[in-house]
Design a protein around this ligand. Sequence first.
Ligand SMILES: [Zn+2]
Length: 278
Amino acid sequence: MDPTDAAFPKVAAIATTLGPGWDLSEGGQALRCRAIPCAHGFSTRLGGVSRGAFATLNLAADKSDDPAAVAENRRRFAAAAGLSGPWLALDQVHGNEVVVVSRPDLAPNARGDALATATPGLAIGAQVADCVPVLLADIEGRAVAAVHSGWRGTVAGVLPAAIVALARLGVAPADILAAIGPAARKCCYEVGDEVVAALEEISPPPEDDREGWLGQGPRRWHVDLPVVLRRQLRAAGVGSENIHDSGLCTICRPDLLFSYRRDGLDAGRMFAAIELPR
Ligand SMILES: [Zn+2]
């Protein structure tokens, strides 16, 4: 599917497929969770200017996409999410390191898989294309975090580590609102035995649990990382009522999202970003 085709669904039609509590910005660039009380968004593939495999809102500058198109896409996403400008991002390594920032001068190759800040007006983000983006916000507006959690990061505990980092910034887990964005889900996310074994170490799949993260697909195991992440959030003290899951699968929604599994290495990438108001 190519959003530049005339037959591609319109943004208004796609917006009707979202779960309750979730909205698309007018141009379709940002998916937003109504429960998050500050500027934020999960980017989509809609409403950008890139072509071909990057059509249309590729936000990654390290692919073969036209840099001018990426810059325009980034500007459009920031505006749609209500951010005051560009967002900070880390060189992600599928680990559990959380980097707390207070100024917009992150080192160019700073590594980690979550950013947290208590600084108003400082936007932070996480890049994804099947891994799970999670945005965390304090109910009182004291701090926010942007987390990248693929299966390795989930096993390493990057999301619980981000909650610890927020606690150091004065935010109790009970005051955290969590928004889980689009990611590869159980419907499509095939993995090998090693992934299942690693996840079973940290989150055994209870029998007869409708929320179970493990399923047997036609060829291989299927897993649902957002289910594991919801458990991690609850175990860390975040209230069930404060956890909001988009329910969207990157792999089976080519009308809305990019997917590494579906589209390959040299295709569009998305960001989730968040910012405290000035
Ligand atoms: Zn799917």
